[in-house]
Write a protein that binds this ligand. Structure first.
Ligand code: HT8
Length: 809
């Protein structure tokens, strides 16, 4: 870990791995050598961790997730190893540009948004808290698409993150499991004389493990992220080959590999897509087989499986694990139903991440039966036993029974994955206090009435390593200096020590310098990306998250158009200069979301080039918002837009990242905003809009957006301006699908919250005029964000849900 050792190792890696001398090395070679130098330092810790966990018989958390949105590894691992400074100095000695080397890393975009990023923050915190854990998921060859903006429209480019190799993973060709699909089930006589059922599948593919070490911060613990790649199974290859169908054998290979080829780019389910169900079963089956193998290998008898493992279902994407564990215990390991079902229910816990009805997974029974006939039988059996239990509790309540059934009846019968997850789990949780309440009172009300003790809340958190130390080193340094140590990185509640400085003019000045420097950095990057120039003195007003109607990016746009019209009507009006910055991807098939991106860019085009505006307001859409680009953005924000319709955003985690970096929030009482406001103080948070209750009541009473439009002349003028074609070169039809939808349907009540939002934005502007007071509020925001560390969230899971204890290596 010394500088001399690091430099020597670096030169060696450059030579022995990349085959390059310093003089001819490309930036990519220089990055690879750095990555291997760091990875080498993880491996010893990794091996020791595995040994320690094994000898301790440690209870292990298995985090099952279809997505892990990790972000670049290099800078994070340097921070967690505590060698960032030494690495910087080593680079300087070798006359290398440290920043350029870090820039070279392409992030593994194996997730869509908040849900995948949460899994990554949780892996960081599990390791940091010394909790033995394995993250299980899919090694997609193509992660989330890269976003380009062409003529204002989103264009998707395939993500080729593996193109230059991935130095952080270790392939484990020997850790490989067969996964089956299709075929039929039959009855047979078991060797012990009993009649049993078995699955005769039609297809077999293999899942091969690729392991990535996840190092904790300031500890020796390294956990494992094990992602599965699909490959053709040898035996099937040979079968085809033996009958002379070489071509067919190769075709089967391609078909098998399709399963882990690409991440579905929707932040909600792809309805009824066979490949998606195959993906889910693929990674679940490999993971459960791996857990069984580990257990047989370290402990022995499977009776104690649930004592060894706590498996977390990250939403319903891995909910098939319930049926798969049950099947393996019964069909393969000869366990009786009672015992197997007990183990299963004690192994799993389920996290719900959304209440949106369109985001709840259900699979057509027909498709299920064709792909997983034995699992469907298992689900029917679980259902029968479960519904009997419901019947004894709630006599003659057939409606309740129909609602709770794992099967939705109707024209097309469907398997309800959320119901399967709840029935198969010992604990269920939502991801913010409000969300968890709504889970109990709406989505899973019937289940809550049956099993109240199963229901929990664990409010989300984010990693302060990734989102402060790595993203915002200037802020980290300032905090460390004022706190007198860097202990806050492991105990974020220590940020409270900043509070006394909130009103200190000298500290405020340093605070402002840090913020301005970040804004300059961002502005410089954005200029290169988009050609749009931002004034670092302007208020940076940022909304960065997936494009979705419920998140209401279009509400933000209406405010921008209002300001624009105000200035046009009264050119000498005093306005607080603002830079409106948007970022986020739209699902490729989500037409309205893509139209909103086009609208943002169209409005930007007009406003940024209008001489009368004189740069007082600027609008920019930053392309390709991902973890790496997010790290540039969070430190630069003054204002964080968290303006979803109350009751729709389960938690949000961007809200936490912005606030931790000293942005103030304008937001609704939705998701974790509620708790952020409680923590930072109502007076340091810009609140507007209806509450979730008010939303429910208004919708029940009948909501008529057309009337709101007719009765608010400014709102009408804003929407009419879009329809006039001024933002679309005279084309008055372009944005009609969006404006008509708003005026006639407005499912997310944009118009209902419009006036409250504008009024609140005026309070924001007034507050920004008083720089010292703004800084005070921003400092208090950071000081009071301790709760939103993912370390706190993981500590709560460990205690409430998993009953696991740390094993320090
Ligand atoms: C919530 C967000 C929350 C975050 O989880 C979210 N849930 C999903 N994506 C999120 O960011 C989500 C839910 C269901 C899905 C899906 C994604 C179904 C299929 C595919 C993707 O919106 O508020 O912060 C972490 O808890």
């Amino acid at each position: 870990m010394s500088k001399a050792a690091l430099k020597q190792a670096y030169i060696d890696n450059l030579f022995y791995i990349q085959g390059r001398f310093r003089e001819v090395a490309t930036p990519h070679d220089l990055y690879m050598a750095a990555a291997y130098t760091v990875r080498d330092r993880l491996l010893a810790r990794w091996v020791k961790s595995a040994q320690a966990f094994k000898t301790n018989h440690a209870r292990t958390v298995c985090y099952l997730s279809a997505e892990f949105l990790l972000g670049p590894h290099l800078a994070n691992n340097l921070v967690n190893l505590g060698i960032t400074k030494i690495a910087q100095e080593s680079a300087a000695d070798l006359e290398l540009d440290f920043a350029t080397i870090l820039e070279e890393e392409e992030e593994p975009g194996l997730g869509n948004g908040g849900l995948g990023r949460l899994a990554a923050c949780f892996m960081d915190s599990l390791a940091t808290l010394c909790i033995p854990a394995i993250g299980y998921g899919i090694r997609y060859e193509f992660g989330i698409f890269d976003q380009r903006i062409e003529n204002g429209w989103q264009v998707e480019k395939s993500d080729t993150w593996l193109r230059n190799g991935n130095p952080w993973e270790i392939p484990r060709p020997k850790i490989c499991f067969p996964v089956n699909y299709g075929g039929y089930t039959e009855q047979y006589r078991h060797a012990n004389g009993t009649l049993r059922r078995r699955w005769i599948p039609a297809q077999e593919i293999n899942g091969v493990a690729y392991d990535t070490p996840i190092l904790g911060y300031g500890v020796g613990n390294v956990n494992l992220l094990r992602l599965w790649k699909a490959e053709a199974s040898q035996s099937f290859d040979f079968q085809a080959f033996n009958v002379g169908d070489y071509y067919g054998a190769v075709h089967a290979k391609i078909e098998a590999e399709t399963i882990s080829k690409v991440l579905y780019p929707n932040d909600e389910p792809e309805i009824g897509k066979e490949l998606r169900l195959k993906q889910q079963f693929f990674f679940v089956s490999c993971s459960i087989q791996d857990m069984i193998r580990l257990h047989l290998h370290t402990v022995g008898a499977l009776d104690s499986f649930a004592q060894k493992f706590a498996a977390q279902l990250n939403d319903t994407h891995p909910a098939l694990a319930v049926a798969e564990l049950l099947r393996l215990l019964i069909d393969v390991h000869d366990m009786n139903w009672e015992a197997a079902w007990n183990i299963t229910r004690n192994t799993f816990s389920y996290t719900n991440h959304t209440l949106l009805p369109e985001a709840l997974e259900t699979w057509p029974v027909q498709l299920f039966e064709r792909l997983l006939p034995r699992h469907l039988e298992m689900i029917y059996a679980i259902n029968q036993q479960f519904l009997d239990e419901v019947r004894t509790r709630f006599l003659h309540d057939e409606e309740r029974i129909a609602r709770m059934s794992l099967i939705a009846e109707g024209e097309q019968r469907r398997v309800r994955m959320a119901n399967l997850a709840v029935v198969g789990s010992q604990a269920v949780n939502g991801v913010a206090a409000l969300h968890s309440e709504l889970v109990k009172t709406t989505l899973l009300k019937d289940f809550y009435e049956l099993w109240p003790e199963k229901f929990h809340n664990v409010t989300n958190g984010v990693s302060p390593r990734r989102f402060i130390v790595v993203s915002n080193p200037r802020l980290a340094e300032l905090i460390t200096e004022v706190c007198g140590s860097d202990d806050w990185i492991q105990d974020l509640t220590l940020l409270r020590q900043l509070e006394p400085y909130a009103t200190d003019p000298a500290f405020q000045q340093r605070w402002r310098n840090v913020k301005t420097a970040a804004k300059c950095d961002f502005a410089q990057w954005l200029l290169l990306q988009t050609g749009i120039q931002l004034d670092p003195q302007a208020l940076f007003d940022v909304q960065a998250k997936r494009l979705h109607e419920y998140k209401r990016q279009h509400l933000n746009v209406l405010h921008i158009i209002r300001l624009y019209q105000r200035i046009k009507q009264e050119p000498n009006i005093e306005v607080v200069p603002r830079a409106f910055i948007f970022g986020g991807k739209a699902a490729p098939g989500y037409y309205l979301a893509k139209l909103i991106i086009k609208l943002i860019n169209a409005v930007a085009e007009v406003i940024n080039h209008d001489p009368q505006i004189e740069g007082r307001i600027r609008v920019a859409f930053m392309p390709d918002f991902n973890v790496k680009n997010g790290q540039r953005l969070y430190p630069a924000a003054d204002l964080s837009e968290q303006i979803s319709l109350a009751g729709k955003e389960a938690s949000g985690t961007g809200n936490m990242k912005f606030s931790m970096n000293g942005a103030l929030t304008i937001g609704t009482l939705d998701g974790a905003n509620v708790e952020i406001r409680e923590e930072v103080g109502a007076e340091n948070f810009f609140l507007f809009g209806m509450t979730a209750d008010e939303v429910q009541r208004k919708q029940a009473a009948g909501y008529h957006p057309w009337e709101v439009y007719q009765n608010d002349p400014e709102l009408k003028a804003d929407i009419d301006l879009i329809n006039s074609g001024v933002f679309s070169h005279g084309d008055s039809a372009l944005f009609r699908p969006l404006t008509d939808h708003l005026v006639n349907h407005d499912p997310f009540m944009v118009l209902a919250d419009y006036r409250a939002y504008l009024t609140c934005q005026e309070r924001v502007s007034a507050a920004y005029r008083d720089a010292s007071n703004w800084d005070r509020m921003a400092i208090l925001n950071v000081a009071r964000m301790g709760k939103f560390s993912s370390d706190r969230a993981i500590a709560e899971y460990a205690q409430q849900i998993w009953q696991v204890a740390p094993v320090a290596v």
